[in-house]
Design a protein around this ligand. Structure first.
Ligand SMILES: [Zn+2]
Length: 443
């Protein structure tokens, strides 16, 4: 085995690598695994590694599982912290680790960490999905990009996102004039090239003579979404949503925004490649150790396109099933209650009053009735919530206002301090007149 070659391709600082090797030498379990690898695997020894033994190798005193570095016990906590540093949520954290590090039970450790993390839970995406729209997938990166403006903490930003790779670019604007937007867009196009198609809404900065001239001069097709069809700028809206989450989490967790952006760009998407890989055809180095695959063409555009298509198809077919897939909640389950786009309230389940409709008590004693979709089961423990057994208020149907008693799936608050339930799943849309505000008004 070309040991040196493999270790040289690890973009981990020499210092970290040295530390991993030193700790690997001291880790009795890993040493036993290496012993087993060098000889014949002794049956029933190192059970946790036995089922992946065909994927294991050793390079310069470091155990690898395929491209992933097997982290010795004492360093796992630190790695877990790094994986979770940007509060990317459960799936992203898992995908992030799959690219770099491994130890037995790593997924479970990530689950434990994320499902008890305030920041991650609060900003977890809504459980209800927007209706699926099959969009034509572009053939190659930066062929078609979406753009939108958004506000964050009193500042205005420009977002440009690639339809193919989902790679987001953001720029801080000094104002929202066409001239300013064009200036920053030119800078972005100078970096990635000029797309064939640019999709935007009908915002004033895009709907101007100046912008039209810019499109002509730079030779791209400018498509604006129809005013009655807000969905058609969905890619940029989704991009805004993602980037604002990153910004929020970075500012709440007091972490580095640029590392958060880098982290999003380098975390594999559902089909296994990251936005950066799709756009730049190489892996970018982050603060996490990972192994550069010498075969950079592992994920060709064609493969990704095929995978994207398959995923899109699968998502569409799964879409209807998802409403039924939510687990039934039991009494005393700890949940998070959806509230204005985040899951800030902790509550305990008191009872199921209708199919998929529950009465819960929040930390400050509020009694709420919520649809299952607005409740997120967590693994948090909360003494103040769980210990109040004797004080439970039985919720009889009479306490629910009569117009809210229907068995429809819409959830209703039992007190007036709560706004109507904010869920916008397709099931609820029939009975609810809540219209999702455009992102830029929501700040
Ligand atoms: Zn977190």
């Amino acid at each position: 085995m070309h040991v040196n070659l493999i270790v040289e391709s690890l973009p981990v600082s020499d210092q970290k690598l040295k530390q991993i090797a030193e700790e690997t030498a001291k880790d009795l379990v890993i040493q036993a695994v290496i012993e087993n690898l060098n000889n014949n695997w002794i049956k029933s020894s190192c059970a946790q590694f036995c089922n992946v033994r065909s994927e294991l190798s050793v390079a310069d005193g470091i155990l690898l599982r395929q491209d992933r570095i097997v982290i010795p016990q004492v360093l796992r906590e630190e790695m877990l912290y790094r994986i979770h540093e940007r509060h990317l949520g459960m799936e992203k954290c898992k995908r992030r680790s799959r690219d770099s590090v491994y130890w037995p039970g790593i997924n479970l450790d990530i689950e434990k960490m994320v499902s008890s993390c305030e920041v991650c839970l609060k900003h977890q995406n809504r459980q209800a999905k927007e209706p699926m729209i099959a969009t034509d997938l572009p053939q190659f990166p930066w062929q078609k990009v979406g753009t939108d403006l958004f506000h964050f903490h009193g500042k205005e930003y420009l977002l440009v996102v690639d339809y193919f790779s989902s790679f987001p670019e953001i720029a801080l604007l000094s104002n929202s004039s066409s001239a300013c937007v064009i200036q920053h867009m030119k800078s972005i196009f100078a970096r990635h090239g000029i797309p064939l198609v640019l999709v935007s809404d009908n915002g004033p900065c895009y709907n101007s003579k100046e912008f039209q001239d810019f499109a002509g001069h730079y030779d791209f097709k400018h498509v604006t979404s129809s005013p009655h069809h807000a969905q058609s700028n969905g890619k940029a809206e989704k991009g805004v949503h993602i980037v604002k989450h990153l910004l929020k989490k970075a500012s709440e967790g007091k972490s580095d925004l640029y590392l958060a952006l880098l982290s999003y760009r380098t975390t594999p998407l559902e089909h296994g490649a990251s936005p950066a890989e799709l756009l730049m055809n190489r892996k970018l180095r982050t603060t996490l150790p990972f192994r550069i695959n010498t075969k950079q063409d592992k994920m060709s555009s064609v493969t990704v396109r095929l995978k994207q298509k398959a995923l899109q198809k699968r998502q569409k077919t799964n879409y209807d099933k998802q409403t039924k897939m939510m687990k039934v909640l039991s009494k005393n389950d700890i949940v998070r209650v959806e509230d204005e786009n985040c899951w800030s309230k902790k509550a305990v389940v008191l009872e199921e009053v209708n199919p998929r409709s529950y009465v819960v008590r929040t930390e400050n004693g509020q009694i709420l009735r919520r649809n299952r979709r607005s409740l997120l089961k967590t693994q948090e423990t909360n003494k103040t919530l769980a210990d109040k057994k004797g004080e439970e208020i039985p919720i009889s149907p009479e306490r629910v206002p009569s117009n809210m008693q229907s068995s429809s799936s819409s959830s209703v608050p039992l007190d007036n301090s709560q706004s109507a339930e904010p869920n916008d799943s397709p099931v609820l849309r029939r009975s609810s007149r809540i219209i999702k505000k455009p992102d830029r008004l929501n700040l």
